[in-house]
Ligand binder design. Sequence first.
Ligand code: ZN
Length: 428
Amino acid sequence: MLRQRTVIGFIAALSLTTSLAAQAPATERRVLIRAGRLIDVATDGTKTDQGILITGDRITRVGPYADVASAAGNAERVDLSRSTVLPGLIDAHTHLFLDGTVYADQVLKQSIPFRTIQAVTAARAALTYGFTTIRDLETEGAMYADVDVKTAIDRGIIPGPRMLVATRALAPTGMYPLTGYSWELVMPAGAQLVDGADNLRKAVREQVKFGADWIKLYADRDSYVGDDGRLHSWPNWTEEELKAIVDETRRLGRLVSAHATGVEGIDAALRAGVHSIEHGDGLTPELVDRMMRQRVYWCPTIYVGARPLTGRPPLRATMAEFKRKAFGEAVKRGMGDLIAFGTDAGGFAWTENPAQEFAYYVRYGMTPPQALRTATTNAARLLGRDKDLGTIAAGKLADLVAVDGDPLTDAAVLTKVTWVMKGGIIHR
Ligand SMILES: [Zn+2]
């Protein structure tokens, strides 16, 4: 019964989305790509006139075009001989359910069905920009609708990146918007508000039950510049609460992402054993060294705070300046391989290409190849998917993008992806 319904649903979806239907399912379809230039992100090398053979959703062979072509038989041909081919990009910090407008308006005036429709268009935009995988770090009040978007993408009903989702995120009472309203009103919150270690364990179990791949927690709030010149913050949790979240998440085979901007928040998150720090504006050399010792990843989300915008509150500009210094220092100290590309897309409109983040990484101290690795090999490792994603090699998923120009010398070309394949299916 269930199975039959799934099959009927799939057929209906195929007849509606003709562009996808023409190519799905991708089980044993074979495609031979001729790449004018192929980037090996692991070695920063570029090889010319390469062949990539794809069977179903995986890469089965990579090498000089003539060699691969001779073994490709009657595979479909894709000519990218005038382009540079590189692995599909990964954005490890997105919000499909935000549209870059006023936060309270989204939470108060938009229904979850409406926000989900917007999320579907955001997912398509992300894929079109070349992001074949995203870690979507909470729905900001749209409950578990990210799991539904992910399912629809996985079933080929709508186009979008492969998704790892965080569902609702965790914050304690009073420490996440919407706040500041009359006590007579029961306001909705953008995260799941939970207090106490036992309740947090239950909340983690609940989020995992409904499909969370990651658990996201808000480690701090209200950053301020202290007399010592460092960026401080107010930690949100007791040590016992934080440890309970991390312990329960680990026990269920998931990973923890911690929003943390100031010294106190980052310190608390690291002591609890989280797997990634989001934003990290107030990172000091000492905290960077601790992250390297603990192998904790950093998603810097620079573009959202640094992009040109009038009327930005002064603290935002100050935090962006802290982040610029922290980024340069982290790269200098050798943290580059633990920096994973993350943009906070949705914090700005999805009509802006999140790949503009790359140029900031280069401006703040990375080489272009290093910047490219943040969105390929580094992000794949952070997500625990490096066996499948992050490089172009036999056995990996066929997630590929093409650009004109050379991203190893000019990171800005990554904002102009011209061709996108995800899991062997061409989407652009
Ligand atoms: Zn975010």
